[in-house]
Design a binder for this molecule. Structure first.
Ligand code: SDX
Length: 385
């Protein structure tokens, strides 16, 4: 334990790599047999058999819902789709070239000012606020994007599930067989994106929550953190890379030249999962199937060549963002909405972490390894030459 002088108790690890920074019952990230689990449930089982709404319920309320509980949860989401007046007004004055993640960060902050539970930091209020954000964020993203791109506004439909509505609001696609296949893959991607232990954006939310600030403030910190290309911004960068490569016969040369020039190839590598991301194999399978359903295997073929070359040359494996970008390209989701789509899912994990942190709180305040100058003597200004 640190003594009264507060001397650091453990060795320094850059970027907190490998450091246990707290306790959590939400997610088990294990490169071993257990793999990735949300509250004990294997991610493969959830991706194959559950819906994203069931997974959001599991994370926020602590167990899988019964059929009636899930129906009530979905009805609760539908009832919160309306954006408050100030947020609608904000959408109308957003700078035309604002990045959707910046719009989202500011919009969520505004939602915090208008939330009916704004002054209530109790467990129950934080659950209500998380569910409200889960419903409002897709509408905020889609409304702002459509207004900014002179597209007609569309409202989510009570006849569609969460992912069908998200696909519809982002791409206008709904109702046909291909749209249903796309929405199912989108739902799997949202299940996979929902939670991942103490990743950078979640940890930012927990640090904020540990000061007992409000949930919206903690989520705003998480959104700002997720935007970075080393974290949530990677999926958007992977799509840009695939579009730049354009065809399978350019893929291997492109990636070899990128590595030769020491470039980061986005969508590969992970701070924790050095032997591969178990989520990647799941979304890769979905991207492959969707490629065939859509009759466009181009992006998937380029991706598999990059995947093979990166493993051969750098021993680096694709993370969740890599094949997700292939799937989102096929769905026609606008590229700068990929990370906002990540937020539509991760809000469930972030909300659950803020609730967990504040249920058993201790201020998060690590120490720094001092690397500054030795003790200095003050020289009065008049004497400084
Ligand atoms: C997410 O934490 C989470 O759980 C995050 C996430 C979640 O669900 O919340 O999983 C979501 O953020 C996934 C990661 C998305 N980011 C990217 O795809 C960006 C590209 N990846 C890298 O920048 C990198 O792999 C990180 C940031 C993800 C992890 O970096 P680390 O652990 O700090 O590793 P490092 O930067 O120290 O790299 C180690 C070596 C270096 O080579 P050397 O300098 O030692 O020769 O591997 C190389 C790096 O150059 N390397 C890469 C690379 N990633 C690492 N080289 C080329 N391309 C890459 N993508």
């Amino acid at each position: 334990m640190s003594d009264t002088g507060g001397n650091p108790k453990t060795d320094y690890s850059p970027g907190l790599e490998g450091v246990l920074a707290g306790e959590s019952a939400l997610c088990q990230v294990d490169e071993g047999a257990s793999g990735l689990r949300y509250r004990g449930y294997a991610i493969g089982d959830l991706a194959e058999q559950a819906s994203f709404e069931e997974v959001a319920y599991l994370l926020l309320l602590g167990r899988l819902p019964t059929r009636k509980e899930l129906d009530d949860f979905s009805a609760q989401l539908r009832a919160q789709w309306v954006l408050p007046g100030p947020v609608e007004a904000f959408i109308g004055v957003v700078p035309p070239d604002a990045h959707p993640m910046d719009i989202l960060r500011t919009g969520v902050s505004l939602l915090g000012m208008t939330d009916p539970d704004a002054a209530d930091g109790s467990h129950e209020a934080n659950v209500r606020k998380s569910i409200r954000l889960l419903a409002q964020i897709p509408v905020l993203i889609a409304s702002a994007y459509r207004l900014g791109h002179a597209k007609r506004q569309v409202q989510p439909s009570a006849d569609l599930n969460f992912s069908e509505n998200l696909l519809y609001m982002l791409t206008d696609r709904q109702g046909d067989k291909t749209a249903r296949a796309m929405a199912r893959v989108l739902d799997v991607s949202l299940i996979l994106y929902a939670e991942h232990e103490f990743n950078a954006s979640t940890f930012a939310a927990r640090v904020a929550a540990s000061t007992l600030t409000d949930l919206h403030a903690a989520i705003t910190a998480a959104i700002g953190t997720l935007k970075g290309p080393l974290h949530g911004g990677a999926n958007e960068a992977v799509a840009a890379m695939l579009l730049e490569i354009k065809s399978r016969d350019r893929a291997e040369r492109w990636v070899r030249e990128a590595l030769a020039s020491k470039r980061r190839v986005m969508g590969f590598g992970h701070r924790v999962l050095k032997q591969g991301d178990p989520r990647s194999a799941i979304i890769q399978r979905q991207a492959e199937i969707l490629s065939r359903t859509c009759g466009d295997t181009r992006w998937y073929e380029i991706a598999t060549i990059l995947d093979r070359t990166m493993q051969q040359e750098k021993g680096l494996y694709p993370n969740l963002d890599f094949y997700t970008a292939v799937a989102y390209l096929l769905m026609g989701i606008p590229r700068d909405l990929y990370t906002p789509a990540f937020v539509c899912s991760r809000i469930a994990g972030w909300g659950a972490h803020v609730i967990e942190q504040q249920d058993h709180n201790r201020l998060i305040r690590p120490r720094a390894l001092y690397t500054g100058p030795p003790p200095q003597t003050y020289v009065p200004l008049a004497q400084r030459t």
